[in-house]
Ligand binder design. Structure first.
Ligand code: CA2
Length: 146
């Protein structure tokens, strides 16, 4: 049987998790997020490949590569959520089911965070559930994948 794999993508500045702004993003680190997502995925029978980058093109290349060997994508695009048509085009281009995750409640924050270039094309959205939202996203995606 082929391995079922989820690509976990964390966008710009999420490498700072756990070190700054704990009142907004909590105290978990990026390594914690990758571990809890891998645990949730394993419980559903999926492996994960995790990437974090501060560079839009690197994220887009990783999304393109997922076409080869991934079943779904869990992505927290960071600030690119609110700016990037190119990231949207990459996600729609590979046509894999994907979950858009935001640790904070973007709707309770500045107006510019209320708009997402992904929200109408995401398969699943999890907003404002802290880092546990990544596990929730995995479970919701897994429930949709035969
Ligand atoms: O709530 C989220 O997960 C966000 O996607 C996080 C982005 C923000 O631009 C979105 O509006 C909402 C920012 C990620 C930056 O993460 C940091 C973590 C710790 C310290 C500083 C930044």
């Amino acid at each position: 049987m082929t391995t079922r794999r989820i690509l976990l993508v964390n966008g710009p500045n999420l490498n700072l998790l756990g070190s700054r702004e704990p009142e907004v993003y909590g105290t978990a680190t990026l390594a914690d997020v990758e571990r809890l997502t891998a645990d949730a995925a394993a419980a559903e029978g999926f492996a994960i490949r995790a990437i974090q980058s501060n560079h839009e093109g690197v994220l887009i290349d990783a999304i393109h590569a997922a076409r080869e060997d991934c079943t779904a994508i869990v992505i927290n695009p960071g600030g690119l959520t609110h700016t990037s048509v190119a990231l949207r085009d990459a996600l729609t281009g590979v046509a894999l089911p994907f979950a858009e995750v935001h640790i904070s409640d973007v709707y309770a924050r500045e107006e510019f965070r209320h708009h997402s270039y992904l929200d109408d094309v995401a398969t699943v959205r999890v907003v404002g559930e802290g880092v546990d939202g990544y596990a929730s996203a995995v479970r919701q995606l897994a429930a949709l994948i035969p």
